[in-house]
Design a protein. Structure first.
Ligand code: ADP
Ligand code: ZN
Length: 816
């Protein structure tokens, strides 16, 4: 980008302010001013980091300050992303500079440590004695004290020196600025490869060992050094010499490992598409490169959606575009990454929370430098700095992990559609259990619907049997744990040498420990929830704040020492399974067993090797994994999420049940599912049993319409949180009053928007913080936003400052 003549920049500072600011660029910095770079600017009486959003030639503002320094050598994001950032700031009512800061890889703050050092040219300049005093002072300081950070250097110098002067020295080649990265950053793994050369010396005089190496390498064309040494042990010594003599070439290449630590080989090219897949791909390709469009691909589990994604990505790359593939957080150990790597090789960047900051930064820069043309990642990958995006794929688009529940509360699936629109790209959303919102958008003709109705090779869907937990079994009421039907099915499956998955969406041993005397549950002292008993640690633990207390404390309400362990969790399921099937090898996947890094991968590895017969797990096992030898899925209790005080409880229950059931029989044998429930006639259970998404949707959408919930209405939630119970409540009440007053002043607000609350949140206290909610419900997003903004402004003006935090959540997902 040419910045000639453009002396001003629009800067968003990384602070909670809503406006952007204009700064002037001094002449020495001018050639480096580019959109997408970070700058250091004076702000009030601080020096802060900001981001250049625009360059301009003139400004009518007075008292413009100067940019102190430009922090990046290359822009960190392309100009095309600025409209995206501005859109987010507007829609989510969030400071622009903080959005940019949150979008950039966190490792940047680490890289900000810059040092200055003297070069050899600088040294000779120093001895040639024809220098300005200030320049000399800088060079001498660096020569005598070694490389210094900017701050230290400025402190060391007796007189003030401008940053522009340092720039001048730098561009004279006398000093060098280095970005110091945090030590211990992980570098991409490299491996050496030995290759044959085109014309080499005659091999007649070579020793037998050298001859053998040459024959092997020439036979394969190329071999990894490791593989070669396995064949010829002396290769370690000989290869280097042979390369020096011109017989071979040695190259170092990055190798990518799958999450199991195994190298990924490239696949044998794409399979022939099924008829259904071919027409889905054709529909997307028709649009690709011809402007914005959104597709929702509803494809049942095992219908081959990933192959559709890979074909469309390949087509986008062929047309010179870049592509973005979003996957749910947990799927970072799913097949997706492995399959894409095998197909596309090196041009893939990975962005997810499992990476260290250094790795994330590397991946980001690979996109900036255009080394990567495809990015795969969890929700934050939506900010990948592509400048020619043709396709954005959102796999498992219904997944809740796309919603960020802190800081900027964005939904990556919604942002995928917005970014595609702004860049004229295609958005392809896929799921076996689409969100009600997205399916509604198909019906409303905002998205185009695509379908895969059949499994690959017409493999049968699992056979799902519903077992009523209320029925008497053998003269007794069934224990709500394992019915005879499930027990028999597990035994049969184990006898055949196949694997079983038992699903219960609640971790711990017992989640409702209760006093045998007064009936009070054991409550957390910091939160408004009951604590869960964990047998592994023999203690009660709060799942919200982590507070733990010994089992021996007894009832806090009446002092009775005896606590009854009610409420079943995965830890207890595993313990009971061990007593019923003592021979079986069991394992458990939940928040407790996978807290340690790498633990989840180890369990999955064992599962794949066949070292586990029965796997017990929470919703962590429902997502994206492919377990070919699991032929039986037992759902211990399908009803846990049905009665949550949240209008999406039904949707979540259906999705969870259908997804867990979809884990059965993904290999060559047909799968079986036993679904235990207290509500066998509930439509979520019935439609999940029939794997009938359209039927579920028809039922659910009527409920949403009758009660005027999304997608028929838009929601903005305002959360008030504070440590003082009274102050928080009063603040929330005042917000409510102001909101009603604003509605009285404005007919549109009055007519279109409904205020629910303020009320104490269902989880009224978490981590010692009291929480209140106001819910604004409206038909159109414009008036809703306008009212929310007006509410914020007036509250800041009228409510006396209090130690409360006010958070705006646009399109909230978490209603608790
Ligand atoms: P989904 O993501 O829809 O649940 P997958 O993408 O996992 O389904 O596909 C299921 C299986 O079918 C995978 O093992 C995949 O490799 C295979 N598959 C997909 N498409 C084809 C095809 N056209 N021919 C043969 N096998 C295919
Ligand atoms: Zn707690």
């Amino acid at each position: 980008m040419c910045s000639r003549g453009k002396r001003y920049v629009e800067v968003a500072v990384a602070l909670p302010v809503s406006k952007t600011f204009t700064y002037e660029i001094s002449r020495p910095l001018l050639p480096w001013a580019e959109v997408g770079k970070r700058v250091l600017v004076p702000f009030r009486n601080l020096q802060v980091t900001g981001y250049i959003l625009d360059l301009c030639e003139a400004t009518d503002q007075e008292g413009i300050k100067e940019v102190l320094d430009i922090l990046d050598e290359v822009p960190l994001f392309p100009p095309s992303m600025i409209q995206f950032f501005r859109w987010m700031s507007d829609y989510y009512i969030y400071p622009l500079g903080e959005i940019v800061k949150g979008a950039l890889p966190g490792g940047l703050n680490v890289t900000q440590v810059q040092t200055m050092g003297i070069t050899n040219e600088g040294r000779s300049a120093l001895s040639s004695r024809r220098l300005k005093t200030s320049d000399r002072a800088v060079l001498e300081a660096l020569e005598n004290r070694g490389p210094l950070g900017l701050r230290t250097l400025l402190k060391t110098l007796k007189e003030d020196i401008s940053l522009a002067a340092l720039r001048r020295l730098e561009h004279a080649g006398w000093i060098i600025r280095e970005q110091k990265l945090k030590p211990g950053r992980v570098r991409p793994k490299k491996e050496r490869y030995v290759m044959a050369v085109e014309s080499r010396p005659s091999s007649a005089s070579l020793s037998p060992a050298r001859q053998k190496i040459l024959t092997m390498v020439e036979g394969h064309g190329e071999m990894s050094f490791k593989a070669l040494r396995a064949e010829v042990p002396s290769a370690g010594r000989l290869v280097k010499k042979m390369a020096a003599d011109g017989f071979l070439d040695v190259v170092a290449r990055s190798v990518y490992r799958d999450p199991f630590g195994e190298p990924i080989k490239s696949d044998d090219g794409p399979p022939t598409l099924t008829g259904e897949q071919a027409s889905v791909v054709a529909a997307v390709l028709e649009k690709l490169g011809r402007g914005f469009g959104t597709y929702l691909l509803y494809g049942i589990t095992g219908s081959g959606k990933t192959e559709v994604y890979m074909r469309t990505v390949a087509a986008a790359l062929d047309q010179g575009y870049q592509a973005l593939v979003l996957v749910p957080e947990i799927a970072l150990i799913s097949q997706t990454e492995r399959l894409f790597r095998a197909r596309f090789g090196d041009c893939i960047a990975l962005l997810h929370s499992g990476l260290s900051q250094g790795e994330r930064f590397d991946q980001w820069m690979r996109i900036v430098r255009k080394e990567a043309r495809v990015a795969i990642g969890a929700r934050s990958a939506i900010f990948a700095p592509f400048d020619r995006l043709g396709l954005i794929i959102v796999d498992e688009e219904h997944d809740d992990s796309y919603k960020q529940e802190s800081k900027l509360r964005y939904h990556a699936r919604d942002l995928a559609v917005v970014r595609a629109k702004l860049e004229g790209a295609v958005a392809l959303l896929g799921s076996a259990t689409p969100s009600v919102q997205s399916y509604y958008n198909v019906r409303a003709k905002k998205f185009k619907g695509l379908n895969l109705w059949k499994r690959i090779e017409n493999q049968a869907l699992p056979d799902i049997k519903v077992v009523d937990l209320r029925e008497r079994q053998g003269g007794r009421y069934a224990k709500p744990f394992m019915t005879t039907a499930l027990k028999e099915a597990v035994a049969e499956t184990l006898n055949r040498g196949e694997q079983v998955l038992l699903f219960l969406n609640r971790r711990g041993f017992a989640n409702y420990p209760t006093c045998t005397c007064c009936g009070e549950p054991v409550r957390c002292k910091n939160c408004d929830v009951t604590m869960t008993f964990h047998q592994g640690t023999n203690a009660f633990r709060c799942h919200y704040c982590g507070y733990t207390c010994a089992q021996t404390v007894g009832c806090r309400a009446c002092g009775n020492p005896k606590i009854k362990l009610l409420g079943l969790g995965t830890e207890q399921v595993e313990a009971k399974v061990k007593t019923i099937f003592p021979e079986a090898r069991t394992a458990r996947i939940d928040g407790d067993t996978t807290a340690r890094k790498g633990a989840l991968v180890e369990i999955l590895k064992d599962l794949r090797k066949g070292n586990i017969d029965i796997l017990v797990g929470t919703q962590m096992v429902a997502k994206g994994h492919h377990y070919p030898n699991i032929t039986l899925v037992g759902i211990i209790c399908a009803d846990l999420s049905l009665n949550f005080p949240d209008f999406r409880a039904g949707e979540r229950t259906f999705q969870l049940l259908a997804q867990v059931a979809g884990r059965a029989g993904r290999g060559s044998r047909r799968g079986r599912v036993i679904l235990q429930t207290l509500n066998p006639d509930h439509f979520c259970v019935v439609t999940a049993r029939d794997q009938d998404y359209p039927a579920f949707y028809e039922h659910e959408i009527r409920f949403r319409r009758d009660l005027q919930y999304p997608p028929y209405r838009r929601l903005i939630q305002v959360i008030v949180a504070g440590k003082d119970r009274g102050q928080t409540a009063r603040y929330a009440q005042r917000l409510g009053e102001i909101c009603r007053a604003l509605q009285l002043e404005n007919k549109t607000y009055q007519k279109e928007i409904e205020l629910l609350g303020p009320v104490a949140a269902p989880l009224a206290r978490i981590k010692k913080v009291y929480r209140w909610q106001l819910l604004l419900k409206g038909l159109r997003v414009g008036p809703l936003h306008a009212l929310t903004r007006a509410l914020k402004t007036r509250a800041e003006r009228e409510i006396p400052k209090a130690a409360v935090k006010v958070v705006v959540d646009v399109d909230p997902m978490d209603m608790l």
